[in-house]
Design a protein around this ligand. Structure first.
Ligand SMILES: [Fe+2]
Length: 258
């Protein structure tokens, strides 16, 4: 495992089902791993409130590792409890990483950056196990950084201007996110993403993300049941509303907007 690469910033990786165009292979390659896994129950450093989470060290190719959480495992309580975080991060995310490493072992994918694996296996029937685990590793690494303690509120600066230009207001954007997250049928994700020059809210099923639509993700909300069932049972809307109001990391979205 290579831990020597410097931290990188979030970059746009754009792929289409046909073109599989990798527009940039920057920061989110960092989400492929690199730092030692932080086991559930461990206590990573908690950044000061309002401080964007530092990106994890880069490891461009496998073996992929679980990136450390950017906050303590109880830092999102009570919106996301330590119990939920322990299972979600320590069991579910870890399983995606472990299964990805098993699926790519001994194949050319083992030497590819995570985003290239996702782009190369998107829509390829006999590579669905590689795609699903790679994409879920990417999505979850992105999700942890889409949240922060004492988050929520309203964005500022260039991001706010972009949101107002695209949706009319921050509140309208928030309502679209809420609607996307609560209306996604079954497992999936709600996203704020950059589509060309405009921000959009979109939802995706299972392991898919805006990367597959040629969009650049800025924020995400995990609406798989494992994200909220221990705390909210079937009340997904309560989880989504609490997350939007108290945990959303607008600074992360602003950094992704660039
Ligand atoms: Fe999840």
């Amino acid at each position: 495992m290579d831990n020597t690469n410097p931290p990188t910033t979030v970059a746009s990786v754009v792929c289409s089902r046909r073109g599989l165009l990798l527009a940039a292979a920057g920061g989110l390659a960092a989400l492929g791993g690199g730092a030692s896994a932080s086991a559930a129950g461990s206590t990573p450093a908690t950044p000061a409130a309002g401080t964007p989470a530092a990106p994890p060290p880069a490891a461009p190719t496998g073996p992929f590792t679980l990136p450390p959480l950017p906050y303590a495992d109880n830092a999102l309580d009570p919106v996301v409890s330590a119990n939920t975080l322990g299972f979600h991060y320590g069991k579910h995310h870890r399983a995606y990483v472990d299964n990805l490493n098993k699926a790519v072992a001994g194949t050319p994918f083992a030497d590819m950056p995570l985003e290239k694996i996702i782009a190369a296996t998107l829509g390829v029937a006999d590579k669905s196990a590689v795609y699903n685990n790679a994409a879920q590793h990417w999505n979850h690494s992105f999700y942890w950084r889409s949240l922060r303690p004492q988050g929520g509120g309203d964005p500022t600066g260039a991001l706010r201007q972009k949101i107002e230009a695209s949706f009319g207001s921050v509140e309208a954007c928030r309502k679209e996110l809420q609607a996307a997250a609560t209306s996604q049928f079954g497992s999936g994700w709600a996203w704020l993403a950059l589509d060309g020059d405009k921000l959009v809210v979109t939802k995706t099923g299972n392991a898919d993300s805006p990367l597959g639509k040629g969009q650049k993700p800025l924020l995400t909300i995990d609406v798989w049941e494992h994200a909220y069932y221990l705390d909210y049972q079937n009340r997904r809307a309560d989880y989504v509303n609490a997350l939007l109001g108290k945990l959303l990391n607008w600074e992360f979205a602003a950094a992704n907007l660039g």
